[in-house]
Design a binder for this molecule. Structure first.
Ligand code: ZN
Length: 428
């Protein structure tokens, strides 16, 4: 079995129905489902002069796996991913918290606030950075070739110029029939929509992503998965997902109970040959995520062909989430930091007690103002009575350094310095 990257270089716009057509408007999917791409590849395959039914069945029924296609810079946010709600500062964009990654990496509790602006976080699940769809209208003509009253049809499409869409295919058979071939994706052949040229690149073993660790791992679905319970009914329960992971990986993996990270969606589709709609069924949505214990490299390699039903159509694709959180809140002040910063002040035993109280007071007044700049710090230091004593002027830079700490650090300091009883008295 070899993995290939299949790039679709679109020469015309495309529109892929997502089963939500209303009477007059049809939206397009912005990620091309594996089933759609697979159907398009099958049509391309049949155009070969030596095409025969037997070879088709061998390749398409038993061998070829086709994943969804999307632009390389599109990103799938898992159902456990939170971002800054209000984005009040440009750096807020760096705040991306995947709770499943935090849990697997045993980093402690994931942050619940934006560490740039201190604002709340909001869930951001699903694909981001996908191309924008455009809308095209078309008038319905009646038998006299004149426009029918009120019958204006519109359809969404993805325009050209968004770069290639990329999918992964797995097969044991040669892929030379794909390289350079033209494929038609989605709706609108008569309008020459969805025409793309295929480029195929083999992906080598070195690109394998196993992290060599025996700690828990966060995994996520990159395409919807159709899982069933023990009676064969479709299920979105984590216990049935665990059973499926065990069945496919052949390992006694254990899933953490985090049902909220599993999203469901109604999966629709069409039978290629009969053009009849398939029975819709509930599945786990792309981006559903879970933390697994006890998975080895061998087990992971078995999961890479997907889980659940309709895998050949690209359903049930699993990916490893990052091993560590990509972004962290900055480290907060520790006791050791504080000892170092406050050492010169503590040496002045005669005034330390008074200075400590003044620090708490000043931090309290800073907390009430939005912006504390250098001037505000300098003024505050000048106002501190002990600073007027002979020799104490040398302490000014040290006091200023402490008061210039970020707000969350000052809050920690204030807490320790003002309420030493019962708390950590070492700080005071
Ligand atoms: Zn923010």
């Amino acid at each position: 079995m070899a993995d290939y990257e299949l790039a679709l270089c679109f020469e015309t716009a495309f529109s892929v129905g997502v089963g939500n057509a209303s009477l007059y408007h049809t939206a397009t999917a912005r990620v091309i489902p594996g089933a759609t791409l697979r159907g398009a590849l099958a049509a391309t395959w049949w155009r070969r002069p030596d095409a025969d039914q037997m070879a088709f069945v061998e390749l398409f029924d038993d061998d070829l796996l086709v994943t969804a296609a999307y632009p390389p810079d599109a990103m799938l946010r898992t159902a456990a991913t939170f971002v800054c709600k209000y984005m009040t500062k440009p750096e807020c964009g760096q705040v991306v918290v995947d709770e499943a990654v935090w849990e697997a990496a045993e980093c402690g509790t994931a942050p619940h606030e934006c560490w740039v602006c201190d604002g709340p976080l909001r869930l951001e699940s699903g694909w981001v950075s996908l191309p924008e769809a455009k809308r095209r209208g078309r008038v319905q003509l009646d038998t006299q070739e004149t426009a029918q009253d009120g019958a204006l049809f519109s359809r969404e499409y993805i325009p050209v110029g968004n770069g290639a869409y990329v999918a992964t295919i797995q097969t044991t058979k040669p892929v030379d029939w794909l390289e350079g071939a033209t494929v038609r994706v989605g709706h609108g052949r008569s309008q020459d929509l969805g025409r793309a040229t295929i480029r195929v690149t083999e992906m080598h073993e070195g690109q394998e992503d196993w992290p060599e660790t025996d700690r828990p791992l966060a995994l996520h679905l990159t395409s919807p998965a159709v899982i069933t319970d023990e009676w064969g009914a479709s299920s979105v329960d984590y216990r049935d997902l665990e059973a499926e992971l065990r069945r496919v990986s052949l390992e006694e993996v254990k899933l953490r109970e985090r049902q909220r990270w599993l999203r469901s969606e109604l999966i629709t589709g069409w039978h290629g040959q009969s053009a009849l709609p398939k029975q819709p069924e509930w599945g786990l949505a792309a981006g559903s995520t879970f933390v697994v214990e006890g998975l080895s490299r061998a087990g992971w390699s078995r999961l890479r062909r997907g889980i659940g039903w309709r895998r050949a159509e690209g359903y049930g694709q699993v990916a490893l989430s990052p091993l560590e959180p990509k972004a962290h809140p900055p480290e907060r002040i520790s006791f050791e930091d504080w000892r170092r910063l406050s050492a010169p002040l503590r040496k002045q035993q005669a005034i330390w007690d008074q200075l400590r109280r003044l620090l708490v007071e000043t931090i309290g007044s800073f907390a009430k103002s939005d912006e504390v700049d250098e001037t505000a710090v300098a003024n505050a230091v000048e106002r501190m009575k002990p600073m007027r004593a002979v020799g104490a002027g040398l302490l000014k830079p040290h006091v200023a350094t402490i008061l210039s700490l970020p707000k969350p650090d000052l809050e920690i300091l204030s807490r320790h310095l003002s309420a030493p009883r019962g708390d950590d008295q070492r700080w005071a």
